[in-house]
Design a protein around this ligand. Structure first.
Ligand code: ADP
Length: 373
């Protein structure tokens, strides 16, 4: 059996604003029934990528195909309204002077009136919006406006759905419930979907696969689990959770770190490497309970509800340096830990105090090695 043709295929996309390459050689494909999340720091080219697929931006280099049909290539560009693409924006971009029905019907003028009405009624029903058909957007809650925007994006039966930071305008309380609901509705359609987000945790939660972008390029595209366990570099590693990080030099197939000696079979003597472990992979136990463990001293501990995050001082002269931030996924721009400090995250409440001495160790299988940048 041959593999199905991906619904969306981007091949070697390059897009410049003046001399600046906002998108620099991106290739990816998305199948139907798949939600691909594109995640990366502000300015890395995520929105430009979506704008190129939707036709809001004219493609300069590469090819964009949907359902096997080329939508854009240099010198060949289908206008946005003729592309089988639905787009939903961060601010919903609903027309304030149009009712909910009017908003959803917008852009379907090429269809006979009866067919248009039928489609709008079906979408109102599937989005639980029928009773708001004649309401105006400003009278609706954020979650309801979100569903109207999704219905409008689906109204022309697109083959691809593009969502640009769809949940960031919603407050924290509302975001999770609206997100669950919108993702459920999208999954029910089975339409190939690309969601842009700057929130790594959100990407892991909703993406079947996640594409990490940095500086206009795709760094790694994989399942959330593979990105978490086998990141391509320390940028990806710290994006999906806080890490402890050390610099080391390989000697005779081994590296020495403040957390012990580890094998580095794929590196040559003299190679500079970054060594990292997730803070939840650092095991803590009573002193002298494990021969391979190192002695650490608690600086402070924070109880976070489902876990306790513990800052630990390494023995004098051992320069650990962790990075990542916040709870859950790491996020962008968080600096390294102070020198000589490592962090651990243990499930539930852990009763430790500043000054307590403990034994720390990490399983060799959980140690990540990257060539130094
Ligand atoms: P992201 O969505 O990841 O925040 P964008 O795709 O919006 O990133 O932007 C990528 C880069 O291109 C940024 O450096 C941004 O400043 C630049 N850029 C975006 N749109 C324009 C534009 N219309 N003109 C010039 N530069 C732009």
């Amino acid at each position: 059996m041959t593999a199905p043709t991906p619904t969306v295929t981007l091949t070697d996309i390059v897009h410049r604003y003046g001399p600046h390459r906002a998108v620099n050689g991106v290739s990816l494909s998305v199948d139907s029934r798949e939600i691909l999340c594109v995640v990366g720091p502000s300015g890395c080219g995520k929105s430009t990528l979506l704008r190129l697929i939707s036709g809001l931006e004219t493609l300069q280099q590469g090819t964009i195909a949907v359902g096997g049909r080329v939508l854009a290539a240099p010198g060949q560009c289908l206008p946005p309204e003729r592309r089988p693409v639905g787009m939903m924006f961060q601010d919903f971009a609903l027309f304030p002077h149009m009712t909910v029905s009017g908003n959803i019907a917008f852009g379907q003028t090429d269809r006979p009136r009866a067919e248009r009405q039928k489609r709008v009624a079906a979408l109102l029903d599937s989005m639980a919006l029928t009773r708001y058909a004649d309401a105006y957007p400003h009278t609706l809650s954020g979650g309801q406006q979100q569903r109207v925007a999704l219905a409008r994006a689906l109204a022309r039966d697109p083959q691809v759905l593009l969502l640009d930071e769809p949940f960031s305008a919603l407050d924290e309380q509302l975001r999770r419930s609206v997100r669950d609901e919108v993702v459920r509705l999208i999954r029910a359609t089975g339409i190939a979907t690309i969601v842009v987000t700057h929130d790594p945790e959100e990407a892991m939660e909703i993406g079947t696969r996640v594409a990490v972008m940095d500086g206009g390029q795709l760094v790694q595209t994989d399942t959330p689990l593979a990105l978490y366990r086998n990141p391509a570099n320390s940028f990806v590693a710290r994006l999906f959770g806080e890490i402890n990080r050390f610099d080391a030099t390989v000697e005779n197939g081994q590296i020495v770190t403040p957390l012990g000696r580890f094998a580095a079979p794929d590196h040559h003597s003299g190679d500079r490497v970054e060594v990292a472990c997730r803070i939840e992979d650092l095991a803590l136990s009573p002193l002298n309970s494990h021969p391979d463990a190192v002695r650490v001293r608690v600086r402070h501990a924070s109880f976070l509800g489902s876990s306790t995050r513990i800052c630990l001082a390494l023995p004098n002269g051992n320069g650990g340096s962790g990075s990542g931030g916040g709870s859950g996924a790491g996020g962008f721009g968080s600096g390294d830990h102070p020198p000589g400090e490592i962090h651990a995250r243990l499930p539930g409440h852990v009763d430790v105090r500043a000054g307590d001495e403990l034994a720390a160790r990490v399983d060799a299988g959980r140690v990540m090695l990257f060539p130094s940048a």
